[in-house]
Design a protein around this ligand. Structure first.
Ligand SMILES: CC(C)(COP(=O)(O)OP(=O)(O)OC[C@H]1O[C@@H](n2cnc3c(N)ncnc32)[C@H](O)[C@@H]1OP(=O)(O)O)[C@@H](O)C(=O)NCCC(=O)NCCS
Length: 195
């Protein structure tokens, strides 16, 4: 069983073998994107913890990691129930990716009806670079366009800029997103014009 909890079925092994062989077309065949719901809370929290713990330390100091990890690794019930948050599942339904969008900005809470905000993207470290994040992000963009949203904003974690940049986002500036009165999250403000 791998870290994502997948049993190594012949189908999955065949898929990974195809990846190793450079067949990019198989990526869509081993994960499924669906709208999240409240029953995904534990799996999403687990994914956020595994992904952020493994991947963010390359870009944040130990001190910052110790401060922010407990604050950013809990699934947000409002997002989970919004119909605008997605999970990628693989194997027997294991959650290997997540992400979504909201009209209300995180923490700051400002609502601008013409603008949306990208929220809580994470891919399991064992499932990176298979198009999971891209598929979820494209779903967000499609839904935002359908709702006449003109611009998607994103507080990109340091290190995630190339991912958002490869998917239509432009960087504006470095910012500190307040998480509590004491701690903030160093990030890059990015945006994607949809109109
Ligand atoms: C950012 C993250 C969600 C990307 O997930 P992913 O499923 O691996 O991304 P994808 O496979 O869909 O990548 C799509 C494209 O984005 C770009 N990209 C993704 N990760 C990249 C990286 N580490 N470096 C450079 N480009 C990257 C590439 O162009 C990639 O296409 P390619 O693999 O064909 O070259 C993932 O790295 C992650 O969970 N990081 C830690 C948590 C985090 O920072 N989340 C963002 C919070 S704002």
């Amino acid at each position: 069983m791998n870290k994502a909890g997948d049993e190594l079925s012949p189908e999955l092994i065949k898929g990974w073998t195809q990846v190793a062989a450079g067949n990019q077309n198989m990526t869509a065949s081993v994960h499924t994107i669906r709208i999240a719901n409240a029953t995904d809370a534990a799996a999403v929290s687990c994914l956020l913890e595994v992904s952020y713990t493994a991947l963010l330390p390359a870009f944040y100091t130990d001190t910052v990691m110790a401060q922010i990890l407990p604050l950013i690794t809990k699934a947000n019930p409002l997002l989970l129930n919004s119909g605008m948050f997605y999970v990628a599942t693989a194997g027997r339904g294991n959650v290997v990716g997540c992400g979504g969008w909201s009209i209300r900005a995180p923490k700051i809470g400002v609502r601008m009806n013409s603008q949306g905000n990208i929220r809580h993207f994470a891919t399991h470290p064992d499932w990176l670079r298979r198009g999971i994040g891209r598929d979820i992000l494209h779903r967000c963009v499609k839904e935002a366009r359908a709702q006449k949203i003109e611009r998607l904003n994103c507080y990109s974690a340091l290190g995630a800029e190339p991912f958002y940049g490869a998917n239509g986002f432009l960087a504006i500036k470095q910012i500190d997103v307040p998480l509590t009165d004491e701690f903030s999250f160093p990030a890059t403000l990015m945006y994607h014009e949809l109109s």
